[in-house]
Write a protein that binds this ligand. Sequence first.
Ligand code: UD1
Length: 370
Amino acid sequence: MAVKTIDLIVGARPNFVKVAPVYRALQQLGPGVALRLVHTGQHYDVNMSDSFFEQLNIPAPDVSLGVGSGEHGAQTAAIMAAYEASLLQARPALVLVFGDVNSTLACSLTAVKQNVRAGHVEAGLRSFDRTMPEEINRVVTDHVCDLLFTPSPDGDENLRREGIAPEKIHRVGNVMIDTLVAAQPLIERSTITTTLGLRRRHFGVLTLHRPSTVDHNGSLTEMLETLATISQRIPLVFPVHPRTRRRLAEGPHAAIVERMPHVHFLDPLPYGDFLRLVSDSTFVLTDSGGIQEETTYLGVPCLTARANTERPITVSEGTNVLVGTEPAAIVEAVGEVLDGKAPAKRVPALWDGRAAERIAHVIAQELGCG
Ligand code: UD1
């Protein structure tokens, strides 16, 4: 029997967290399947990329496209051109893409245009906000892929509503939670909370990197003033994404940052340290997607500083509250958490550490192997 190759595509930080369990589960399919890990190079800093490979035991990429940063069109096109050459050489039986970043869109499109089947892990999520680059990536990726692996029932419903054939949809659960479950020993070993001089349940964790939050001077200034107010009540830890770091260094922001002694500004953290801080925190304030899921699993209150979420199950069946971006609303929401008024811990169905196994099972059937 001929060996079938599966390409697993990663590019940006959240992809690394999602690929780790899927790679391991597909390895179990035996010698009939060969895996090729392709890193587009969308993220390239050690602390945005390499540290995740090391901590999550992901093997070194078989192919590094080294595409790097760029505007949307340029970056997406560069990934497509570089990946197409590699795909034509390897002729995989299946290409698996993850999440909603530019690498996800670029490589799924490249695969199907060369008549190679493609699967999307984390399919069906919708914020219904087309100003988010990720929303465009989600919609296009789902509409070109053949296998759609959804984390929750809302994903299935969105896909069906868009006319996608039900037989393409496989609800498997959440692979980010697989990683979180498997990484508990790593997280427990981290000493970052005490190293920073913080007390368990006496600090908040902050992440902000979306263009809509950090790329407009007015909204970033307002957010910083809001954080300054909050940090007078409770210390904050802020691992800063490179996009945000650049913006914070600019004129008006740098001066405000100087006046925030109770906010710990850090470089992006390795996975174990970050999840340790989240686990130990009183609340998380974020504009990220994946962190809404991790806090739900951990039972940590999550305040999402956005007008919408593509992960509504974290609100209906988790600890997430959409607080928007108005300063008064954010300060009030933090006050409620500090007063003990936060949603109780609940974990959505199939967020159980075994989503990748289910994905591997579906793929084995599709490829007639394993
Ligand atoms: C990307 C994803 C976003 C995801 C985020 C996680 C898209 C459209 N966006 O956003 O969905 O939530 O990753 O982090 O795919 N940079 C570095 N070092 C790096 C990578 C980036 O300094 O290793 C800087 C560059 O200046 C770059 C900027 O960060 O221009 C933005 O990087 P980019 O990959 O374009 O988007 P993210 O904001 O990271």
